[in-house]
Design a protein around this ligand. Structure first.
Ligand code: GRF
Length: 195
C-alpha cells in the first residue's frame, strides 16, 4: 500500500549550491511515515555541487541552472516549478537570492535554513561573527522566505552553547548537525500547519 494514502502530499523542490547535507536529511525524512512531502525536483546553480549526488542516488530529477543572467535563470526556474506542480520550496544552502518574481509566486511557500539564531546574524559568515562577538549561544533557524534577507517568519529554531574551545570550523560542524535535525522537523511542523 502506498504511504500516506488518501492524504495530501506536497510536491517539494529543494535548492542547493554545495554539499547537500540538508538535502540528504530532507530526502531521508520524506521517506518516513509521518512525512507529507515528496521531493520531486532538486535545483542547483552549481554544476559541481556535491549534493547532486543525493538527487541522483534517490532518482530525483535535478536541474543545473546557469545563473549568468539572473532574470533568465529565474524564468527557467519558474517554468520548471510550474511544470512539476511544486507546492513547497526548501532552500538548503542555496547561495542565490530570489527576486520578488519567484517569492511572490510562492508566497509563504518557501522555507530556508540559516546557521544562526535569527534575527541575529543575517547573511554570510555567521559563525565567524558569533565568535568575534563572544556570544554564549548560537544555533540555527528555519524560516519562511520573504523579500528581505533572512527576515521571514520563524518556523523553528534550535540553540546550542558556544564552547570556549570552539573555532569557526568546529562551531560550523556542530551547528550543521542540528541543522540536519531541525530542517525535517520544521518541514513537518509547517506542512501539518498548512494541510
Ligand atoms: C548550511 O549551513 C545552511 O544553513 C547554509 O548553507 C549550509 C548548507 O549546507 N544556508 P549543506 O549544503 O546543506 O550541507
Amino acid at each position: 500500500m502506498e504511504k500516506s494514502i488518501g492524504k495530501k502530499i506536497l510536491k517539494v523542490a529543494v535548492f542547493i549550491s554545495g554539499r547537500g547535507t540538508n538535502l540528504k536529511s530532507l530526502i531521508d525524512f520524506s521517506k518516513s511515515k509521518s512525512s507529507r512531502i515528496k521531493i520531486v525536483l532538486v535545483i542547483t546553480n552549481n554544476k559541481e555541487a556535491k549534493g547532486i549526488y543525493f538527487a541522483k542516488k534517490n532518482k530525483i530529477k535535478f536541474l543545473i541552472i546557469n545563473y549568468k543572467f539572473k532574470n533568465n535563470a529565474e524564468n527557467i526556474i519558474l517554468i520548471n516549478l510550474k511544470k512539476n506542480n511544486i507546492n513547497l520550496i526548501c532552500l538548503a544552502g542555496f547561495m542565490k537570492i530570489f527576486s520578488k518574481k519567484i517569492i511572490n509566486n510562492y508566497k509563504n511557500r518557501i522555507l530556508n535554513i540559516h546557521p544562526s539564531l535569527l534575527p541575529k546574524y543575517k547573511g554570510l559568515n555567521t559563525h565567524k561573527r558569533v565568535l568575534k562577538n563572544k556570544e554564549k549561544f548560537t544555533g540555527c533557524t528555519v524560516h519562511l522566505v520573504n523579500t528581505k534577507l533572512d527576515s521571514g517568519k520563524i518556523i523553528l529554531q534550535k540553540k546550542i552553547k558556544v564552547l570556549k574551545k570552539d573555532n569557526e570550523s568546529s562551531l560550523a560542524k556542530r551547528v550543521l548537525k542540528i541543522e540536519n535535525l531541525i530542517y525535517p522537523e520544521a518541514v513537518k511542523k509547517f506542512t501539518y500547519s498548512i494541510l
